[in-house]
Design a protein around this ligand. Structure first.
Ligand code: ACO
Length: 338
């Protein structure tokens, strides 16, 4: 998709964020008791020290509901005033119905349509881009956008190549129609390359390989990845797309207050920041505490940045993500309500 330079009648303002995390913390030391790994290996290769993990059978809705409620409370908006709900996830409670539908009922968003978006680690960016189009076209005034994943449900806890990387969590933002010259989403860019799809996938998770006893016995319901290949693509694509959004919106590094990258690996985040000339002091990093929560990383990082005072009304923020698909995207926005 080419870069968009929209002239909206309304601007999609991102006015509040709310989050929810499972109680249980799993440290690298705990994993090292069960697997052939060490805290030193995990920290030096990824930057991750611990992650939050749901209890077995705890579905995404148990995180999505509190995240949504907190977001609405902070925005001062009633659930009945929302027009739509989009949940970005690759770990919905069920394939059908969408977790967004479960959420619509749980929070009493009686007027809202609801659907899920599956775009892996780029899911939140894709959902925010989608919500922006609804708002800019004038077809909706308020949309709740969530990014959430229970990655522990897709992980083989005996596979040290993957299980040390991921965590569970959920974040929600409220996107509201505001004046066209006010704060909000300014630039969006998204790309996909389905060629290397098999390099990061969950083979038994849909129609191609149904969940038969044989498929489960082969462990095909667990996430598989070519870590090195994904790493190389992530570094290249995140830097490329961040630079492209900056260029198409006439921004230099000095114009960016905060970069909120997908949290997969500190060794992916650092070169991305370096290549666009933004110092790490302006980059939000929370993967040390939360690991890679897939669609949740960006809203969780937005909430952390707000809590530590780095994200305030008017902050100029660059979101950038990369994930399985392959898929990658970036959004440039100014934070808060007009
Ligand atoms: N503890 C100890 N050793 C390990 C572990 C572990 N947890 N995991 C793998 N190893 C071993 C491997 O078995 C391999 O051993 P071998 O050489 O004997 O076969 C060796 O470590 C690989 O080491 P490195 O080459 O140094 O590993 P690398 O620097 O490539 O780091 C990592 C591996 C962290 C997986 C990296 O490739 C990566 O982050 N890739 C991106 C994957 C990712 O982020 N996926 C998430 C979804 S996509 C996204 O969110 C962007």
């Amino acid at each position: 998709m080419p870069p968009l330079t929209p002239m909206p009648v309304a601007r999609a303002q991102v006015v509040a964020v709310g989050t929810a995390l499972p109680e249980r913390r799993v440290s690298n030391a705990e994993l090292a008791c069960r697997l052939d790994t060490t805290d030193e290996w995990i920290v030096s290769r990824t930057g991750i020290r611990e992650r939050r993990v749901c209890e077995p059978g705890q579905g995404l809705i148990t995180l999505a509901e509190p995240a949504a409620r907190r977001c609405l409370e902070r925005a001062g908006v009633a659930a009945s005033d929302i027009d739509g709900i989009i949940v970005a996830t690759i770990t919905p409670d069920m394939v059908m119905p969408a977790t967004a539908n479960l959420l619509q009922h749980r929070i009493g968003a009686t007027r809202a349509w609801a659907f899920d978006v599956a775009n892996a680690c780029n899911g939140f960016v894709a959902a925010l881009a989608n919500a922006t189009m609804w708002i800019e076209s004038g077809r909706a005034k308020r949309i709740l956008v969530l990014g959430g994943d229970v990655m522990s449900s897709l992980i083989d806890w005996k596979d040290r190549n993957t299980c040390v990387l991921f965590g569970d969590g959920c974040g929600a933002v409220l996107v509201e129609a505001g004046p066209a010259d006010g704060p909000g989403v300014v630039g969006i860019e998204m790309h996909s390359d389905g060629g290397p799809a098999a390099e990061l996938c969950v083979p038994c998770s849909g129609s191609a390989i149904p969940a038969t006893p044989e498929a489960l016995a082969r462990g095909q319901h667990f996430l598989k990845q070519n870590g090195k290949m994904i790493f190389t693509h992530a570094v290249r694509r995140m830097a490329e797309i961040a630079a492209s959004v900056m260029r198409s919106n006439g921004l230099t590094a000095a114009d960016i207050d905060l970069v909120v990258p997908h949290q997969a690996n500190l060794r992916i985040i650092q070169p991305t920041a370096e290549r666009i000339g933004v110092p790490m002091s302006k980059v939000v990093v929370n993967l040390d505490r939360l690991g890679n929560t897939t669609a949740a990383t960006i809203p969780l990082a937005l909430a952390d940045a707000e809590a530590d005072g780095r994200l305030v009304a008017g902050s100029r923020v660059l979101l950038v993500a990369f994930g399985g698909g392959l898929t990658w995207g970036a959004v440039y926005l100014t934070w808060g309500r007009s």
